[in-house]
Design a protein around this ligand. Structure first.
Ligand code: F6P
Length: 323
């Protein structure tokens, strides 16, 4: 193998640039040429490819976003899209590909692998719902951003004696809400994976008031139904009897920006270098993950077979701490 490609795809996060840097520098270290593909699978279809050098990734380890750009690309998932992608890879003499992304992007990588092309995936999504890794790139930084916001919201919530609903990202995944709820000292966490009745939520708020707490903080995952705003409307109607008045903060895309944490820089660098090694040594068709503090290869097929569920141990821990 002489020339490999790298792309970032799907929702961005602060671990992407450190990861691109690692792939490029590890590739060069192993005597490869490394081509950067712009805008994820969109650029792969349209042939937006350029050579990367050790210098072109200089100074990016602490920069949020992705220097390659990213996109969600529905066309890629049609047979014609995959054909055009393979055509671009052939045209530029690329013999192996590193795909950095979440479940959707890694499903795309699996399609290329099934078409006979050597691909290695790197799990990168703040949702932390990819199998085959304990933690994906970007999760730690997003959690730190959430905690910074939660600590600040608690200040104002306590001053005004209010209940706050704080919504974290996670389209189908409650991981960020669950873990930031534990680490942020929330009174309750609402996640799509666990059913919670409206009356239980009312009880938690009223109970916090009766027990003399200065505020009540509820972290809600984006994917929880019927949704944060609908819940807020229902609670506002009941706020007289609940004790606390209710406010809502949706953290939104701020969770995907900023400089990567130390943990994410290290994880991204380890996995980027490991992906290159895997490609060279015939480990195509896998993702490189971080399992029990060890780099591990897991077949792409298994990695994307289903969305990883939050561990029952964490769900229980959150409940124990919500007193
Ligand atoms: O997949 C990561 C994620 O941040 C989800 O948590 C969120 O639902 C989604 O991306 C938002 O995507 P977009 O930025 O395309 O609206």
């Amino acid at each position: 193998m002489k020339r490999i490609g790298v792309l970032t795809s799907g929702g961005d996060n602060p671990g992407l640039n450190p990861c691109i840097r690692a792939v490029v520098r590890a590739g060069i270290h192993h005597g490869l040429e490394v081509m950067g593909i712009r805008r994820g699978y969109t650029g792969l279809l349209s042939g937006e490819v350029e050579e990367m050098t050790a210098r072109s990734v200089g100074g990016i380890i602490g920069r949020g976003g992705t220097i390659l750009g990213t996109a969600r690309c529905p066309e890629f998932y049609k047979p014609r899209g995959r054909r055009d992608a393979l055509r671009t890879l052939n045209r530029f003499g690329i013999e192996g590909l590193v795909v950095i992304g979440g479940n959707g992007s890694l499903t795309g990588a699996l399609e290329l692998w099934r078409a006979g092309f050597p691909v290695v995936g790197i799990p990168s999504t703040i949702d932390n719902d990819v199998n085959g890794t304990d933690i994906s790139i970007g999760v730690d930084t997003a959690l730190n951003t959430i905690l910074d916001a939660v600590d600040k919201i608690k200040d104002t919530a306590s001053s005004h004696n209010r209940a706050f609903l704080v919504e974290t990202m996670g389209r189908n995944s409650g991981y960020l809400a669950l873990v930031s709820g534990i680490a942020g000292g929330a009174e309750m966490v609402l996640i799509p994976e666990v059913e919670t009745k409206f009356e239980e939520i009312c009880h938690t708020i009223e109970d916090a008031y009766v027990r003399g707490k200065s505020h009540c903080l509820i972290i809600v995952a984006e994917g929880w139904r019927p949704g944060t705003q609908a819940l807020a409307r229902q609670l506002v109607e009941r706020q007289e009897e609940l004790g606390f008045s209710v406010r809502v903060t949706q953290l939104g895309h701020v969770q995907r920006g900023g400089a990567a944490s130390a943990f994410d820089r290290l994880l991204a660098t380890r996995l980027g270098a490991a992906a290159v090694k895997a490609l060279i040594s015939g480990g195509g068709g896998n993702i490189v993950g971080w399992v029990r503090s060890t780099i591990t290869l897991t077949p792409l097929e298994e990695a994307v077979a289903f969305d990883k569920q939050p561990s029952p141990e964490l769900v229980e821990l959150a409940e124990i701490m919500e007193k």
